[in-house]
Design a protein around this ligand. Structure first.
Ligand code: SF4
Ligand code: SF4
Length: 150
């Protein structure tokens, strides 16, 4: 056996031993999205803009969530509710536009805490990877809860 073989052989055997040890261990790989990891009780996922028990949007575009946001990720445009829209929006003012820049958001939950109307919660799923920056600007189409089923 040459000098270099004598030096490297113990390391190779040690490496092989580690490999064989892991072959028989339980696999840690999670096959997302088919499999999902369990999440903790204080998990913060995607934001969801809530509806009330009559299916009306709770948000009144007061702007407190945007003020509380340390990442300045929230923007909105307020509008006045028109006659005949009482079934759509709970109060006289509502968010005609409500956007969250998910590239800025740090999922701190301060928007949820600041909301006096229980209109926003971070109880949605995980933010999925995408390719274009514009796809991370989430508008009402992605944020507002689905309408109630009648
Ligand atoms: S979770 Fe935090 S960073 Fe994200 S939008 Fe809400 S306040 Fe801003
Ligand atoms: S989500 Fe809540 S805090 Fe934010 S604008 Fe709407 S009502 Fe106000």
């Amino acid at each position: 056996m040459s000098f270099s073989e004598r030096i490297y052989l113990p390391s190779i055997l040690k490496g092989l031993a580690i490999t064989f040890k892991h072959i028989f261990k339980k696999r840690e790989t999670i096959f997302y999205p088919e499999q999902e990891r369990p999440v903790s009780e204080n998990w913060r996922g995607l934001h969801s803009l809530k509806r009330d028990e009559k299916g009306r949007e709770r948000c009144t575009a007061c702007g407190l969530c945007a003020l509380a946001c340390p990442a300045e990720a929230i923007t909105m445009v307020a509008a006045e509710r028109k006659k005949g829209e009482e079934g759509l929006y709970r109060e006289e003012k509502y968010a005609a536009v409500y956007e969250i820049n998910m590239l800025r958001c740090i999922f701190c939950g301060l928007c949820e805490e600041a909301c006096p109307k229980e209109a926003i919660y971070l109880d949605g799923p995980i933010v999925e990877a995408d390719y274009l920056r514009k796809d991370f600007i989430f508008g009402k189409d992605k944020l507002v809860e689905a309408p109630l089923k009648s």
